[in-house]
Design a protein around this ligand. Sequence first.
Ligand code: HDE
Length: 703
Amino acid sequence: MTTRQSKSNGKRPAKVSKVRFGQGGELHQTSSVSDERLTTNHGVPLSDNQNSLRGGRRGPTLLEDMILREKIQHFDHERIPERIVHARGSGAHGFFELTKSLAKFTRARVLTEVGEKTEVFVRFSTVAGGAGSVDTPRDVRGFAVKFYTKEGNWDLVGNNIPVFFIQDAIKFPDLIHSVKMEADRGYPQSASAHDTFWDFVGLMPESTHMVTWAMSDRTIPRSFRMMEGFGVNTFRLVNSKGEGTFVKFHWKPRLGLQSTCWDEAVKIAGADPDYHRRDLFDAIASGSFPEWEFGVQLFSQQEADALPFDILDATKVVPEELVPIRIVGRLVLDRNPDNFFAETEQAAFLPTNVPPGIDFSEDPLLQGRLFSYQDTQLSRLGTVNFHQIPINRAKGCPFQNLQRDGHMQMQVFKGRANYEPNSLAEAGEIGGPRADPEGGFRSFQLPIEDRKVRLRSESFGDHYSHARLFYRSQSEIEQAHIASAFVFELSKVSLDHVRTRVLSNWRNVDEDLAQRIANGLGIELPAKSKAFVEPKDMEPSAGLRIVGKYPLTLMGRSIAILVTDGADGRIFKALVKQAEAEGATVKIVAPKVGGVMLKGGTKLPADGQLAGMPSVLFDAVALVVSEEGCTELLREGAATDFVAHAFGHLKAIGFTRECQPLLDKANVQPDEGVVNLTDNMDLFFTHARTRLWEREPVVRLLS
Ligand code: HDE
């Protein structure tokens, strides 16, 4: 028996690529790996990476083998604790560009220098599931942006819904415990459809507004690229005179706000658990960069006082109709992370990261967040020095202070002074940095003189008006989806009293909605719960809808072409040409991954095999098949599902004449969106730009 040797010849010199010195004077090593020789973590070259050190060929492994021990030990500790919430996330690099100056309201450079580009790192996430959970549960999405500004990092840690479940940070652990896996059984993973969540919700009327949003299609987004983002909490801008203006932050996707259908989201979870992560990565890799407009709603204290709700209450939305959104910048994501762990996983977002000119409000939810994020990084990243990890480092400016040492200190400081004040500079030594009273961060001079209390302001007491506003602002389609989502979720609740309490609360929101839910569940409507503050009717806000807001475009959408042997290559080519010209992605799906032989003998390789690339992964499908091909497909369940699901999920279906038997088998009923490609390819593309909402009553009994 011969011993297998490592292929490394051991002659090439070990090379550490790209070593540069950071602004703090420390050695900062970028980690691009070269193909030079392997070493241990301490630089000792390896002669063999295949065999551990043994006492004889067949003898026991020796404790002395430091190479084996180092490698295994590093591997044993490869995982760090995942985030307690928002554990499942995907990130990307990009830039923010200011298009309109807010100099009147703030002295933060990032919001005053028009045309200046600021580097950003963005992380999107689900909330409830673990790091390895699927991308498409019904859940709120995180939308966290780290701006590396010239005045320090600004982290705008937002969500894709503008309000939140609770008003006070002290309820956050309860909320999250209720929605995560139930304590005794350890399930469900990443789902709100269970007893404990709805128990909490029913007992906390302040959650009514957010839960109504959560039951809307906002929580089943089509793509991260097609989500709105919100800062949620009210913040303050502070100008050079020290004057404060309240601000709400908004992100508006250039591709419009789009969602999946619930049944589709459920099926995607099986077909591609990484659906959103892949979509983001592929879009950036192909040069189709996701983009958002950045907007602000600005209002003074007087304007805030005139609003019929409290702007410090994060369960309330400020309708665009009351305070318009001014678009002042754009965000473009143009670079994928090189390493998921080092960047996306180790990214630490802190709502406390604000440059001079941006400040907090007294929102009691935000105030709690100001403590939590810094604290959670310690258990997740294990050190107070997590700000030195490359993804978290302030890159736009130097950072320097007299904080020292600690676990995993990366900086090598020079000099004796690690305290301030000191007078070492007078002796020609390094004295160290000092505070800057002019340019440094100054808090808004908020007058406070009051009693210490544990009390909620009465102005936070109206729990239903905004939920009513949201529901009544929706299109009919969206209202039906909301009612159906409630029915689905509450059908999974096993405790009758929990369900009943939820319905009692929602009667305060809208009687029709409560009745629809009760009908869908097949139960009697219970008595209405007593509202602390009687809900008021507000003017519906079109800005709160999804349907009708997105642009009718193929840009960023994806089309599957199902082909078989003998398919018509001309139709295929024409489809691809038009789709790609309009910015859509085309994928070729075939019975076998090796591809098909088109009529005339051209070989066409496939992007995916039918069972592995179902129609749920696409926005529209075209069926370009031959007669024989169709006969084969009739015997394949995945083909029937491909067509039936496309129809059921309200997608445009283009087909060639030969495909009729498959359409019949899949029970596709002719409508405007089922288009013979030979007759009218343009019509297919018209419908591929949106969903055929009018088909929904044909395929689904909605509540
Ligand atoms: Fe978070 N939240 N949160 N949250 N949150 C975290 O911080 C917390 C809240 C949001 O991609 C944690 O670094 C409290 C609102 C996002 O890394 C933790 C309260 C909003 C992310 C934490 C809230 C958010 C987090 C877990 C109530 C929308 C992911 C890991 C007072 C504005 C950021 C971490 C990323 C993450 C605490 C409420 C958004 C535990 C105490 C409201 C997008 O610190």
